[in-house]
Write a protein that binds this ligand. Structure first.
Ligand code: PHE
Length: 434
């Protein structure tokens, strides 16, 4: 039986939920380590320019497609032209593949909350992390537990599940983040961390940085897989798209910068390598927390913060395919949530085991976890975003009028959408293949 299509109960709920989707491990885990590896402030500057002038275009496209067609991703593309239905499916496949590795990290976060809470703090986090992630039972169990936590809210519905979860978790998240950032600034060598973030060294600029920053921006804004189309489809008619897009960009960037302010002063005060890479959060930072006077307090607070960020993103990853299943298979929301959870559960187990039992099982020289991450972030996201821009620009008549009423702005938007952005995205894609 088909349920009536939900609508956000207020504009602020929509903004909070979209920020909840956008703000995730991408901001707190990926952004700081990528900035650390790419020279700090100069990367931040490049990123800010790209997100404000380039990424805003596909973001507006997804919001507008959602708002105009008021349906799930697959039907939205079908309605534009039945020829494009396959592309709707590709978006859905992309958004199903992402949680298959993202939730593995969610499981690690649950484990870290537990070890700090239970005072089981290891002496050496490098050794601990590699031996824990190689285990079978606990990591698999926690990946599945994290999956259930993300599925439960969309299972309950848009208003009583998704809105409520975001309205509670996101403000708590903001308070914790601000508290930890202020604490970091008070550390003795915080100045060095802030300089690293805010004083650009132009000699470190390189072309590869532009592409890395763009890939990161697409991932963090949840663009290229229909998430924003789905959340946009619950929008009221009179919503101003460009204003919503910039509000989202503003908060997403603010949170990524705050995450940097929380992490880099700590990193510099304790002489950790800022370019430590993906392990910055699971090895370097916990090691520092363990040395602090209130180690349990800071450890738990930090990982709960990470948990909220990851769950609110996870919810949007579940909601997008659920909305598509409801409309296309004509099943109830609850049934759709269960089917999707089973699919993600089955694929996420081998991804979890990529760090132990299946670590030598490689396809194209990548473990299952790495393959899922690489295929989605480096290939499917830029590819899908490219197609979304081309479809919006070339197949929807007077599309730019949905975004701007002013004629000059319309023209500029059209040129960007039809030519400039597709070329830039093509470059990202080619560099991602290398
Ligand atoms: N934007 C989220 C983050 O930064 C990731 C995400 C990807 C969310 C895909 C939804 C869909 O962590």
């Amino acid at each position: 039986m088909k349920e009536e299509r939900a609508q956000w109960s207020s504009h602020i709920s929509f903004i909070i939920a979209t920020i909840g989707s956008a703000v995730g491990l991408g901001n707190i885990w990926r952004f700081p380590y990528i900035m650390g590896e790419n020279g700090g402030a100069i990367f931040l500057l490049t990123y800010l320019i790209l997100i404000a002038f380039i990424c805003v275009i596909p973001l507006c496209c997804e919001l507008a497609i959602g708002k105009i067609f008021k349906t799930d991703t697959i039907n939205a593309f079908y309605k534009i032209n039945p020829k494009f239905k396959w592309f709707g499916w590709l978006c859905i496949i992309t958004v199903i593949l992402i949680p298959c590795f993202y939730f593995v990290v969610g499981g690690w976060i649950l484990n870290y909350i537990w070890i700090f809470l239970a005072h089981h703090i290891p002496d050496n986090f490098t050794r601990y992390f590699s031996s824990y992630s190689a285990e079978i039972g606990m990591p698999c169990f926690l990946t599945l537990l994290f999956l259930v936590m993300c599925a439960i809210f969309p299972y309950r519905g848009v208003n009583s599940g998704i809105e409520k979860a975001n309205n509670i978790m996101m403000p708590l998240f903001a308070v914790m983040l601000i508290f930890l950032a202020i604490f970091a600034i008070t550390l003795p060598d915080s100045q060095k961390g802030l300089e690293f973030m805010f004083t650009p060294d132009f000699s470190k600029f390189n072309n590869g940085m532009i592409l890395t920053a763009l890939g990161q921006a697409l991932f963090t804004l949840s663009i290229g897989m229909g998430v924003i189309i789905t959340y946009g489809s619950y929008l009221k008619k009179d919503t101003n798209i460009i204003k919503s897009a910039y509000t989202l960009i503003f908060f997403d960037t603010l949170i990524a910068v705050l995450a940097g302010i929380m992490i880099f002063p700590v990193v510099f005060s304790y002489n950790v390598e800022p370019a430590a890479g993906a392990t910055l959060i699971f090895i370097s930072l916990p090691e520092i927390f363990a040395k602090l006077p209130c180690s349990v307090f800071f450890g738990v607070l930090f990982f709960i913060l990470l948990f909220f960020a990851a769950v609110t993103s996870g919810i949007s990853m579940m909601e997008t395919p659920i909305a598509a299943f409801i409309e296309n298979f004509n099943i109830s929301r609850k049934k759709a949530a269960v089917i999707l959870s089973v699919i993600i559960g089955i694929v996420s187990i081998p991804a979890t085991l990529s760090f132990g039992l299946l670590s030598s099982f490689k396809i194209f020289d990548k473990t299952i976890f790495d393959l899922l991450d690489f295929t989605t972030s480096n290939l499917l996201l830029p590819f899908n975003t490219l197609i979304i821009c081309l479809i919006a620009g070339w197949s929807i008549k007077h599309f730019s009028k949905e975004i701007f009423k002013n004629k000059i702005y319309n023209k500029i938007f059209d040129i960007l959408l039809k030519f400039i952005i597709p070329i830039v995205l093509l470059l990202v894609l080619i560099s991602g293949l290398k």
